[in-house]
Ligand binder design. Structure first.
Ligand code: MN
Length: 331
């Protein structure tokens, strides 16, 4: 939400009484406001990608929105548009979105339900908040597909995880494993995606895979992790190595966050518009295919409007991006 563009990198807890500071450090990634476009532009808070970080595991895109009064913002209305080389994850806290895609899927995205769409070689879809929606609140995330699977076929699936009730928290695991729960939805690389709601002033310690890097996106409340307090809309990055993550709600009301994780992706990607590829040529070809209404992306039925044209490519060649080896202020 801040839009200040400053990366606040906060070290772990201060040394006290001569004890060494914990090794865990949190890199705080602020959000920037981005209009989604369309006739009634809804604004989202984007924390990934940004200059300091391209990926967390295979997670390559994090948009966080709401709670928006739909009567005021017009809600979400995204006309047919294409994707390649990625999966989209929709996860809502409130409201409802109607999803249609070129597989023929027609689904309602509801709070507490994972909707996972695999773009692979090419898919197109629409996303429209339903007329009954008064408040729209949630996240949309992208997962980069590894090179060996990035041309896979289109897919769409839903899953409503059972809540796991812990002492101070309720956890919903939509991808991967956490708090003794495992999502049945497969992924192409090892991933974690979970919603965590913390009771007022509560703490919870969760075992995590030490091979994973993690990102904690705070939705509401101030949440302490590894000596840093993250505020709403901030994304805290945790490097691999930790076997547990302890989250503390520093406020007197419930706090909510989304914990994302995965093994470091290890491939440089080119992200442009709605495409994830490996080269400028991948992107330019997908753009031409979309502009030519190629079968590659199929057709979305049931949307009462025109498709979104691709923007012009930049004059410069699109360069692959990994994560900076030495993010500013760390190591
Ligand atoms: Mn999309």
């Amino acid at each position: 939400m801040s839009g200040t563009g400053t990366d606040r990198v906060v070290p772990g807890a201060d040394t006290r009484g001569g004890e060494p500071a914990p090794a865990a450090r949190v890199e705080v990634l602020p959000a920037r406001d981005v209009p989604l476009g369309g006739p009634r532009a809804m604004t989202v808070r984007r924390t990934l990608p940004q200059r300091a970080r391209t990926l967390i595991g295979a997670w390559c895109f994090i948009d966080h929105f709401g709670p928006d009064d739909v009567a005021e913002t017009g809600g979400m209305d995204v006309a047919p548009h294409p994707h390649i080389g990625l999966q989209t994850v929709s996860w809502l806290f409130s409201g409802e979105i109607e999803h249609r895609d070129s597989l023929g899927s027609h689904a309602l995205v509801r709070p507490g339900e994972l909707n996972l769409m695999t773009g692979g070689r090419g898919i197109s879809h629409t996303e429209v908040s339903t007329p009954d929606t008064t408040s729209l609140h949630g996240v949309q995330l992208w997962v980069a597909l590894p090179d060996e699977h990035r041309h896979t076929g289109r897919d769409f699936r839903s899953h409503a995880p059972s809540p796991v009730r812990l002492d101070g928290a309720v956890v919903r695991v939509f991808l991967g494993s956490l708090a003794g729960a495992t999502s049945p939805v497969p992924s192409f690389t090892p991933l974690l995606g979970a919603e965590i709601v913390l009771r007022p002033r509560a703490s919870t310690t969760l075992a995590v895979d030490p091979g994973f890097e993690h990102g904690l996106l705070v939705d509401q409340g101030d949440i302490g992790v590894a000596g840093t307090v993250l505020r709403p809309a901030e994304l805290g990055y945790l490097a691999p190595g930790a076997t547990t993550v302890t989250l503390t709600n520093e406020t007197d009301t419930a706090a909510r966050a989304v914990l994302l994780g995965g093994t470091p992706f290890g491939e440089d990607i080119v992200m442009w518009w709605n495409f994830v590829g490996r080269s400028h040529e991948d992107i330019a070809e997908a753009r031409l295919d979309w502009e030519a209404a190629s079968d590659r992306f199929g057709r979305v039925d049931g949307y009462p409007g025109a498709r979104i044209p691709a923007p012009a490519l930049p004059n410069a060649t699109l360069a692959p991006r990994g994560n900076p080896t030495h993010p500013k202020g760390t190591r």
